[in-house]
Ligand binder design. Sequence first.
Ligand code: GLC
Length: 792
Amino acid sequence: MQTMDYFEFLDQERALIIKEPRCPQPWINYLSNGRMHAFVSQAGGGFAWWKSATVYRLTRYRQHLAPMDGPGFYIYLREEDGTVWSPSWRPAETELDKWKAIHRPGISSFEATYNGLHAQLDLWVAPDHDALLWELKLSNPSNRSRKLDAFAYVELSQMQWTDEFNWGYYIKYMLRTDYDEATRSVRYLFHHQSHPNISEVPLVYFAGSEVDTWCGSREDFLGSYGSESCPKAISKGNLNNRGISCGEPAAALHRQLCLETGQSHSLRFALGVEPGALLEPERCKQAIDGLLPTLLSKEGFDEQRERCEKWWTTHLEKLSCSLPEPELQRMIETWSPVNTVTTARFSRSVNATAPGIRGIGFRDTCQDMIAIAYRRPDWALDKLRSLLTEQHADGRANHTSYPIEKSPSNESLHSDNHLWLPMLAHAIAVETGDPGFLEETASFYTNKESATIWEHLMRALRFTESHLGSHNIPLTLRSDWNDIIGKFSKAGRGESLFASFQYVYVLRQMLALAQWSGRNDDADTIREWLHKQTTALDACAWDGGWWRRGFDDNGAPVGSRSSPFGKIFLNPQSWAVLARVGSREQQEAGMAAAAEHLLTDAGLKILSPGFKTWPEESNPFSGYGPGTGENGAIFCHANTWTIMAEALLGHADTAWEYFRRLVPENVIHRFGVNTYGADPHAWLSNIVGPENTRFGWGNVVHITGTAAWMDIVATQYLLGIRSELTGLRIDPQIPTHWTGFTVRRQVRGHWIHLKAKRSGHQRLQLNGHIMDPSQSIPWQRLAAENEIVAEM
Ligand code: GLC
């Protein structure tokens, strides 16, 4: 099957159309209002959770077991002759006459035609109520009347995911499903007592606008050894109207319909929660009783859909562009910012193979929120405030945290976690122009002390400053950004040159912040540290042809010509440019060496050659085989900084080419749907490299730092509209085979209409006035609407 047979994009509607349900992996869409969440695949598989996928997992999903991608949000349509089909193809798997799935920001739809009958199922989460809404529209354009039974089904979960795994065989006695006639809803209560916040435990409902029969038991619905594709209850044509007070919970609703020729009919369902089921059961029940009649009405659904669409339009309209290559444009305008909302909400935790158990990564979330800051600085600031409570008084920060699970945070010591904090603060400052937030106070992790945000940031610097190794380079500790690099610092003496570049980058940002907010004494201190660190780098970071990666416990260089494996790493080459370290010649040489040794058809490898692992090595760099993960995959997250560096060096062609090469759709066209496997509309963490036989296979989709940085890199470094503390930098990169492009962006309340043109001369005009192209445009020169022409 050709790639084009699987999917296409409809850009005017910001839609991904999937034309073949049997994708190599689930291609998913996230539906969420920030509290109630779900993801759904092109085949209707997926699960719903409230707040946390490990504490309040509402429905089940097999994340590793076959058959993959189930259960989900299932509709069964049973015809008079007993044939059963589903608008999402799954679970019935009946061959359909016409079929497509459509993922749009926040909304997924399935459209199917079977034997003359048309069905459309739309799923989205209500912005104002914690409920996943299902709208099933049936129409009968055929010339005969059609009788059918429609069933909606979800398999319920025991909510606490690890408990369900460990203790499900006991705690299945601690639950109940029953039915409320008045609101036509199955109610589900799981009353296990180990929830972190007992007052919050929700009552779950699955309600229908019209219901004839219902069922609250998976066993009764599927039947013994029954499967999701042909449940016993469906073959009977109705449900048994029975709930359970122990066992495997489910919620199924059934409605009998007759559609005359030309007639259409809609059924609406809502899967939702109301907190307070254990401690305030009456109030909780009344709240649901009060909500459902309005929510389930046509007007209720229409209103919530409109509000969902509005949320996304407002978010996405903040930046649009017109580029000669639609594959790049749609990623920049729609799917990158959709992806960064996903990572802002879920960090690295939930996708079709990630169960949600790893909490919120500190460094990860800092990076995710840098991409949110240019659209929603308020949201980024809220997250910054909560991240600060994970910072210790000595300046270091926890590695991961569990704000909803209320589990203890992971306090392991890394060289970098705290260093991402000033980067986030800087991103917020440039987008708001208001230094006031630096004066706010926030408590440190142990809660014994609090300090201003500025002081938190200074302590981050002091932590690094007081943890330097024998070359005056930051100690690697457990790791830097690279999770695996700690292998070289097991005895605690290894040093990270990447952390050093990052430290210099951060010191420069902090110096700018200090000067901008009038903190002259701190500015002097930072200047000293900056001088000390760049001097240390000058003395030891250059390997001759490229930048080294660090030093091991014995002081031997890592990422050097002298190393048998991992001779060259990607990150130091790009970060030397970002941090403005070394000479222009060294920066150029490092980037050229990266291209020479690391570039593949799918992007740049994180290092080369990959390290051997067991059984060849008794103490390997990593258990990852060469070409996978941090051991030599095409690590897309690390590629983003390479694009940024190429843009800063003014290499427009290379910068755009590195971006273009990784756009998922382009990788799919080059490698094939089945080799790449992953979704065409979302960034991923890494692609297996050429040292492995699965070269080209895409991994860790959606929940990756690639998303944030691709968004930042494309909008701020390639399109080149970048907020700085004192003005707006206009630095568009125009590849030689383009004549130019246009961008429309909102920033600090101003609208920018940028025309970037290739003319052979560097010129900049703001609203008809000639400006100096090497300087940023002072904020006070901007009007509400601004025409900017940038030539290069
Ligand atoms: C994963 C981790 C992230 C780390 C990166 C590189 O994406 O979530 O924290 O920085 O890998 O190792």
